[in-house]
Design a protein around this ligand. Structure first.
Ligand SMILES: CC1=C(/C=C/C(C)=C/C=C/C(C)=C/C=O)C(C)(C)CCC1
Length: 362
């Protein structure tokens, strides 16, 4: 049996698959939240928006951000100095472009933020499948793109339909950071876009599930993909949106990237550039203490840069909390900020760097 086939065969029965434990944990975590909130809905228990906001900030800042740092750290190791500098330059350039867009056209900036969350969730998820139980049922590039769109789309399209008022409230706060009252001009279209997104996403999800079934005869990787896709749709339909998104990134996206990293045992091939002159050669030292110190140094530098950028955005924004107070406004500010830094994460760290990038799969 091939390595992939073996992984597929045991995926649902045991965690003895590379990365299988992290995959299993991500599914269990979302299933527990889904069951808990389904029960809460039945008994009529409502979580206040302030508590939801606190959960979001805890999930996104305390739990998810460190993993984002690790992804860049891991990607920038063993790269030539010229690549590392080009990467950082492009990264900062796209951050500056996104910030400029938010000031000039905040509603378009909000749309881009949603797009970034969808792209990160979807394409990140696709590569996790590639590395773990395989994607034999996804046979063409458009079909892979569809799979990514549906997985990522679940994160934003399902809550727009399921929790329209909360979605609207936070969208308005996010625009208010840059232009107070800026969403009002397009708010009248919200019911229409909600319907279009609902029907469009539903159609794409059905197309993805049907096409995968036809191409795989309903076996192997298809079953795992279909079950996970349905789990995601149910999770975002039932768990209140702020909690759902705030815990999806640490408990699903990041945990599953851990599965991918664990499943990928070979380092990427040299990219033809001289890596010995890289700025992080300390990380390849034979002395594990030096490696640990080097890793600590890189992560501290990343952390200072990240919070420095957040502080700069805060100072530049006319109304950093969108007028929403620390908790609700904090969610709005952090969602915008994390989307700004996640844009290059997807575009520079992954699409520009397809061969070896952040979602590397041999
Ligand atoms: C619009 C909207 C939201 C948007 C969240 C976004 C845009 C999150 C982006 C996260 C990213 C890019 C994470 C990367 O690791 C909330 C807060 C869920 C509340 C409901 C309305």
């Amino acid at each position: 049996m091939s390595e992939h086939a073996t992984r597929r065969a045991v995926l649902w029965r045991t965690a003895e698959v590379p990365g299988g434990t992290a995959l299993a944990l991500s599914r269990i975590a979302l299933a527990i939240l889904l069951a808990g909130f389904a029960l809460a809905t039945v008994v009529g228990f409502d979580l206040s928006l302030r508590v939801q906001a606190a959960v979001y900030l805890f999930g996104m800042v305390a739990m998810n951000l460190p993993h984002g740092g690790f992804e860049h750290f891991d990607n920038l190791r063993r790269r030539s100095a010229s690549f590392q500098l080009r990467y950082v330059g492009l990264y900062l350039g796209s951050i500056a472009g996104f910030v400029a867009l938010l000031f000039v056209a905040p509603v378009a900036g909000l749309a881009l933020a949603l797009g970034v969350a969808i792209a990160k969730g979807g394409h990140g998820g696709l590569h996790v499948m590639d590395a773990t139980y395989g994607t034999d049922h996804l046979q063409t590039r458009p079909q892979r793109a569809l799979a990514a769109l549906v997985r990522g789309g679940a994160v934003m399209c399902v809550p727009i339909v399921a929790f329209p008022e909360t979605f609207h409230t936070f969208s308005a706060l996010m625009v208010d950071i840059f232009e107070p009252g800026g969403l009002a001009a397009v708010s009248q279209y919200f019911p229409l876009t909600r319907q279009l997104i609902g029907v469009g996403f539903g159609g794409l999800a059905i197309a993805h599930l049907a096409l995968g079934y036809v191409r795989s005869a309903g076996t192997g990787s298809y079953v795992a993909d279909a079950a996970e896709t349905l789990l995601l749709v149910a999770y975002f339909a039932v768990v209140p949106v702020v909690v759902a998104v705030g815990l999806y990134f640490p408990l699903w996206y990041s945990l599953r990237q851990v599965a991918r990293t664990t499943a990928v045992t070979s380092d990427p091939a040299a990219d033809g550039e001289e890596t010995a002159d890289g700025l992080l050669t300390i990380l390849d030292s034979d002395d594990t203490r030096l490696v640990a110190l080097g890793a600590w140094g890189v992560l501290v530098a990343g952390s200072v840069a990240t919070f420095g950028l957040a502080a700069l955005l805060w100072l530049l924004s006319p109304q950093p909390l969108g007028g929403g107070g620390y908790l609700l406004g904090g969610v709005a500010f952090w969602s915008i900020f994390v989307s700004i830094i996640a844009l290059p994460h997807v575009v520079i760290g992954s699409w520009f760097d397809r061969e070896r990038g952040i979602w590397y799969v041999p």
